[in-house]
Unconditional design. Structure first.
Length: 181
């Protein structure tokens, strides 16, 4: 991935554990990611997304007693920020099946278990840059294709759409067009 990638990838990172936040930021910075806006709470991160939508929203799923589900759903329904297609990665400790289901149904791209290894996140970023999952859009759900997670195929043939991938655009050293969003 040439050019100015990953230097210009904009990441909003919300993490309650300051030690983990510091260590992960340092590792990402060491790997060339410079556009990291850090927050220790969900309100600050949501406010940052409203001001300027990032390319990636990395969030601790336990912030604000689980209201991150609501923020992600609002993001996907274009009620927060200017880009409902932001790549969303949620981290959580020992998620149970109900928590996993809630996050998948809120529209996350990836769910990772803490402690998060920086190499694991960077691998996810590279996967997003290379090929973004198509989105399902129904009256009840907007988000990445869930067929990998679901036992039944809820998506009818042809109901998946390709969405703008700002991480991939930056990886190709192209300009992100607001019109494309």
């Amino acid at each position: 991935m040439a050019g100015r990638y990953p230097e210009h990838v904009d990441i909003v990172y919300a993490e309650g554990d300051q030690r983990l936040q510091h260590n992960l930021r340092a590792a990402l910075h060491h790997n060339g990611y410079r556009g990291i806006r850090e927050f220790s709470n969900l309100d600050g991160a949501t406010g940052a997304i409203k001001l300027l939508s990032p390319d990636i929203f990395l969030v601790d799923g336990s912030l604000s007693n689980g209201s991150s589900f609501d923020v992600i759903e609002n993001l996907r329904h274009h009620k927060v920020g200017s880009n409902p297609f932001i790549s969303v990665i949620v981290s959580c400790e020992t998620p149970d099946s109900q928590t996993v289901s809630k996050f998948i149904n809120s529209g996350v791209d990836y769910l990772v278990v803490k402690p998060v290894a920086p190499s694991q996140l960077i691998q996810r970023f590279k996967m997003i840059a290379k090929k973004r999952k198509p989105f399902e859009v129904t009256s009840e759900y907007i988000g990445p294709d869930r067929s990998d997670f679901m036992k039944t195929d809820d998506a009818a043939p042809g109901s998946l759409i390709e969405v703008p991938n700002t991480v991939g655009i930056k990886a190709r050293n192209e300009m992100v067009s607001p019109a494309a969003l």
